[in-house]
Design a protein around this ligand. Sequence first.
Ligand SMILES: [Zn+2]
Length: 229
Amino acid sequence: MQAINHVATALILKKKFPSAPLFGLILATEAVEYLWVGLNVIGIERTIIDEDMRSVADVHLVHMPFSHSLVTSLIVAIAAGLAVLWRGGRTASAVALAIALGVFSHVVLDLFVHAPDIALSPYFDGTKFGTGLYAHLPLPALALETLWGVLCWWLYRGSWKLLGLIVFMGIGAIPLYSVAVNVGEAALGGQSTVFALVILVQMLATSGLVWLFARTREEPVTSGHPAAS
Ligand SMILES: [Zn+2]
């Protein structure tokens, strides 16, 4: 799933847990992906990208049992929550829960779009999970995940700029999700480390922009809902 739609999950967590820091929640939703980048760069996890890459269907996440398994994600989520609790503070338990949910949300959202590449746990060679949308229906997958981003924005009552960012990132990703539309993504063919670093840059830029644009909220004139408390 694109960084923007993972990061958007931080918006609903911020709405539900107002005492949790927005940037901390944003980092939490992508914690597993930062781990994935690091483990790919040092060669512990492995991605194979077809030489004639045309879309995400040609990106094969063949080995990522530490960053993207259900068990390790749960462990990272609990560890992050415990670290917040250990630091203490008046609202530590609510913030800890919010951060843990943010971390675990990543793998859950990936399950909705990924090829079956998410293991139950490391060292377990059983069935891997994922709907397979990226492999078979990449464009509908992009539409689905962008809808998630928009839903998060709507629940948060985000600014119009923030909605613009989510939609812009969705449209901008069309070449990567469409087999027919190509704007040079073939250059990433076979370049798994470069691909991981591109994802890192995308995550950092997206996180910064969402944080910036989410600091103001706008109440739609037609909305009958009360402002976020
Ligand atoms: Zn992921």
